[in-house]
Design a protein around this ligand. Structure first.
Ligand SMILES: [Zn+2]
Ligand SMILES: [Zn+2]
Length: 145
């Protein structure tokens, strides 16, 4: 990786590495059933620009989880890497993949209506239901995630 200017990260085994163009700060949590099944818990995600430089692209496996989005993970170790809106190319990175997490803040929680009762975060964040989140972020025809 030649232009290591921004935050870096990668998967558990180290085959997939990435470098972001810009620093990131805000973490959004998604409690939806699909994210919980994918992540083993709520998904901690960071909206990123499209300028992510990947190393080990050949180890990235992409699962098309819906008509408009795919979820990517390392084929060697299974670490979740990102959620990507296919049309726009918008990447929503898994916060846990970042090397340095000291500058992160939990900013929002979405699909709060799908959150199971057995956990609650004490962080003060914006809360949105799935419907509210879709109204804000998703293409009008989108349903589910
Ligand atoms: Zn890996
Ligand atoms: Zn979700």
């Amino acid at each position: 990786m030649s232009s290591e200017t921004g935050p870096t990260g990668g998967c558990l085994c180290g085959k997939v590495r990435f470098c972001l163009a810009e620093p990131v700060h805000e973490v959004g949590v998604c409690h939806c059933a699909m994210c919980r099944r994918w992540s083993g818990g709520p998904a901690f995600a960071i909206e990123c620009d499209k300028e992510i430089e990947f190393e080990g692209e050949e180890d990235i496996v992409r699962y098309r989880s819906s008509e408009w989005a795919e979820r990517a993970f390392c084929g060697a170790c299974g670490s979740n890497l990102f959620y990507r809106i296919v049309d726009s190319g918008q990447v929503i990175l898994c916060a846990g993949a970042l090397d340095d997490q000291s500058g992160l803040t939990m900013k929002s929680q979405i699909f709060i209506d799908e959150k199971p009762a057995w956990y609650d975060f004490a962080n003060k964040t914006t809360m949105m239901t799935g419907e509210e989140a879709f109204a804000l972020y998703a293409p009008p025809k989108a349903q589910g995630s």
